[in-house]
Design a protein around this ligand. Structure first.
Ligand SMILES: Cc1cc2nc3c(=O)[nH]c(=O)nc-3n(C[C@H](O)[C@H](O)[C@H](O)COP(=O)(O)O)c2cc1C
Length: 209
């Protein structure tokens, strides 16, 4: 039995869809209990975007997802972090969750636990890799064991097509106006990462006990 947390932030719904695919993949691993939680939106962002139909629709679709707490982080044996890019790195909304988890860090509650990242960018070269790699830095401070998505498990990424996916993270490309939706190969990659994190989390948990 291992506890897998999917914690994500999604303004326009792309990362939310990837989160659901990651959760489906994790659930396929025997003994995995999966919980999906969201990162709270900033009031300033909500207020400034509340006139945009596509934003309001995406937020409504997530209304029943509970907001992440430090207890969720402590509950987890493995965490999949859903991190859309903001200027090539994680959004401040996600950073606020990490910055509010000082007590989790100081007690070493995530040390030795599995972590994976899935991300989304507006453009192909807008931060697909940098968002994952810079998120990795913070996860190292928490002592997490980073789980990537190698070519062997993820042959779809061996392409010159403009789709998401790298050895560092599952990902999608939302398009400059968010008009593109996650493709089936991208959702498949998110599912495989979910399964991979769940398997590594279970193995690490067994090693700890
Ligand atoms: C303030 C802001 C900064 C952004 N910075 C970038 C960026 O550096 N590179 C990029 O490709 N997309 C950028 N984007 C686009 C988002 O990454 C894109 O909307 C997101 O991946 C879509 O995921 P979501 O639908 O789950 O919110 C930015 C969006 C916002 C609102």
């Amino acid at each position: 039995m291992s506890n897998i947390l999917i914690v994500y932030y999604s303004a326009y719904g792309h990362v939310f869809e990837m989160a659901q695919a990651a959760a489906d993949g994790a659930r396929e691993v025997p003994g995995a209990e999966v919980r999906i939680v969201k990162v709270p939106e900033f009031k300033e962002v909500y207020d400034s975007m509340s006139g945009q139909d596509y934003y309001v629709k995406a937020q409504k679709a997530q209304k029943d997802i509970p907001e992440v707490t430090n207890e969720d982080l402590e509950w987890a044996d493995g965490i999949l972090w859903g991190v859309p890019t903001r200027y090539g790195i994680m959004p401040a909304q996600m950073k606020q969750v990490l910055d509010s988890a000082g007590s989790v860090w100081s007690q070493g509650k995530l040390e030795g636990k599995a972590a994976g990242v899935f991300t989304s960018t507006g453009s192909i070269h807008g931060g697909q890799e940098t968002t994952a790699l810079t998120t990795f830095v913070a996860l190292m401070h928490f002592g997490m064991i980073y789980v990537g998505l190698p070519y062997g498990e993820n042959p779809e990424q061996m392409t010159t097509d403009g789709i998401g996916g790298s050895p560092y993270a599952a990902s999608t490309v939302a398009g400059p106006k968010g008009e593109r939706q996650p493709s089936q190969p991208e959702l498949t990659m998110a599912g495989r990462l979910g399964a991979r994190v769940a398997k590594v989390a279970a193995a690490l948990k067994a090693a700890r006990s």
